[in-house]
Design a binder for this molecule. Sequence first.
Ligand SMILES: *Cc1c(COP(=O)(O)O)cnc(C)c1O
Length: 424
Amino acid sequence: MTEATATESIDDEHRRIAGISSPDLLSEARRLDDADPLAHHLAAFADAPGVTAYLDGNSLGRPLRDLPEKVSAFIREDWGTRLIRSWDEQWMQLPMQLGDRIAEVALGAAAGQTVVADSTSVLLYKLMRAAVAGQPGRDEIVIEAGNFPTDRFIAAGVAQETGATLRWIEPDAVAGVAVADVAAVVSERTALVVLSHVDYRSGALADMPAITSVVHDAGALMLWDLCHSVGVVPMQLDAWGVDLAVGCTYKYLNGGPGSPAFAYLRTEHQGTLTQPIHGWWGAADIFAMGPEYAPVGGIRQLLSGTPPVMSMLAMQGMLDLIAAEGITAVRAKSVSLTDFAVRAYDELLAPLGVRLLSTRDAAHRGGHITIGHDSFQEVTKKLWGDGVIPDFRFPDGIRLGLSPLSTSHQETLRGIVAVRDALT
Ligand SMILES: *Cc1c(COP(=O)(O)O)cnc(C)c1O
């Protein structure tokens, strides 16, 4: 690791900023890193030469250092030597096994309710269609106006296909969707409510149990998008009565670009809610090759076609790391990182007119914070060129995505100092 050299350069930078930064942010970052029980995992991630601060783990998690060897062994052995026998020996069950692993490590869900398949977009379509079809006599889908585009677009497509109407929630941009926002729009017409657990822009963390309960009181089904919370924010899908959920695996689960998503369908809905893409992998007997589709009863019905086995390799190592520490410890580090980022923002960026677009209350915040300034599009270009990699969100937002197992407080400070320098 290049931590020592990078730390020296931040010392220099820090001496320069001493005038506007007190008490000492750098010693605070060092103290927090020294006390961090997860710090030893930083070395488990591959080096990225030239990158001094990677602050985009919420968009694309880093690869683990041992991944090339694992991929290579897979090609030599599981695929190269066992050939098609590996389908019977291990791959047929992988979508369900890996789903159970995600459920156990990160979702607070019992086995048999989660599969890995498709992309988040495709799974959103399957689950929304299943839910609307399963609620005859109800013709509204509730969704948040600021939700991630694919969620809104797919809800609009499902509404068009089924004759349903979209009902929009327009929440506070920083605080996110409140329980009262949901209570105000659900009714006996609501078939389904679709919300993100953590807002991809502000990082606002929704009250999953309270909102799910309000939705159920109206007789509707609740679908949570977990893309920005899985692997960083603990949850209890079973205990909180969640009906359906989807999430990405390439963000905080480090599955790599285009790794397949996961879907959760509560046991009591299996066999009742059926998804609309009737492929052979969701049929009662995959190899019957019969004339007609008959859905299998369990969670496998959410599958349609052959799963992308190679793209399911990388996330397994990350799930093992999260499992070893426990999601609660990961969340504690996440809160420490975002709290520290807010403190560094206050000292270094607020004086320059940068706005904080995330809540200061860690209990209502996920794993990233967002800051705003008119010049951030250009600033981000410059930062990427200099090996400091945050995420730009049109029109003027920079997201600091602090993946807990691969990010230190000193790295966070380096990134924020670089934003400060680019602005001055
Ligand atoms: C990242 C993300 C997606 C991405 O969907 P893909 O189908 O994987 O492209 C969808 N929804 C939310 C809320 C996201 O954060």
